[in-house]
Design a protein around this ligand. Structure first.
Ligand code: JDK
Length: 227
């Protein structure tokens, strides 16, 4: 899988060289590149923004640098998935990550200011599979942090990125419930004991207890996740 990110702040994506994703890049399991949008400007000041037609507060991103950058990046056969992180997009979910983990090439177009000229989205339709995707219902300063979170959620589903694939199998059996509580040694810490059932070694009983805990937590904290 190849992932590109177009941005005026490529340094954000240095974080992808750390830990499991860094290892996955070294092993050529994933290939990641951050592209500086300013490399596709043609004026002395490398301008990427301008004021909005019709008025209003703030600045917008000009279409020309986006067009020139994406001309270079999108597969000519239309097979690239082009993701615009946006507070106005579809919500990014685990199911979105699963779907995107099967793609050969994803480009994240990371806007700044108040966003990007609408014609960039309109032009890209037909040249790629275009998706506006929101990380959640809050406003960030740009698309970079949202893209980083999505990249991490997608990449960890690719075989060979996470060492312990049993972790992923267990996740897939969690039925969309919140996690059950987990414990490690010591058995007693600051007068707090690890629940007896987990120390008994009865695996059927442990599985039942964990499921009950997950359901109770979900009911209390995220009832919207229950059927
Ligand atoms: C990409 C720019 C910042 C965008 C205007 C008016 C009410 C705000 C600032 N999940 C998520 N949250 N935020 C993003 C995201 C923000 C971005 C960009 C992604 C590019 N910004 C920005 C829009 C406004 N808008 C209506 C909400 C202000 C993704």
């Amino acid at each position: 899988m190849r992932i590109d990110a177009v941005t005026i702040f490529p340094q954000y994506f240095d974080a992808l060289d750390i830990s499991l994703l860094g290892k996955a890049q070294e092993n050529k399991v994933i290939e990641f590149k951050a592209i500086d949008l300013r490399d596709y400007t043609h004026d002395k000041h490398k301008t990427v923004d301008d004021s909005p037609y019709g008025g209003g507060a703030g600045m917008l991103m000009k279409p020309e640098p986006w067009g020139d950058a994406l001309d270079q990046l999108l597969n000519p056969d239309g097979s690239t998935v082009l993701i615009f992180p946006s507070p106005a997009g579809e919500l990014f979910k685990q199911s979105t990550a699963r779907e995107l983990a099967n793609k050969e090439h994803i480009v994240f177009a990371c806007g700044r200011y108040e966003g990007i000229d609408q014609r960039v989205f309109d032009w890209a339709q037909g040249k790629a599979e275009v998706r506006l995707v929101s990380l959640g219902d809050y406003v960030l300063n740009g698309g970079e942090v949202a893209a980083l979170a999505m990249i991490e959620a997608i990449a960890r589903l690719i075989p060979g990125v996470i060492g312990n694939s049993e972790s992923l199998i267990e996740e897939s059996h969690s039925d969309g419930l919140l996690e059950y509580p987990s414990y490690t040694k010591p058995a007693v810490w600051r007068d707090l004991e690890v629940p007896e059932v987990l120390r008994g070694g009865n695996h059927a009983e442990i599985a039942k207890w964990r499921h009950e805990q997950a359901v109770a937590r979900t009911k209390a904290i995220r009832p919207d996740l229950l059927p």
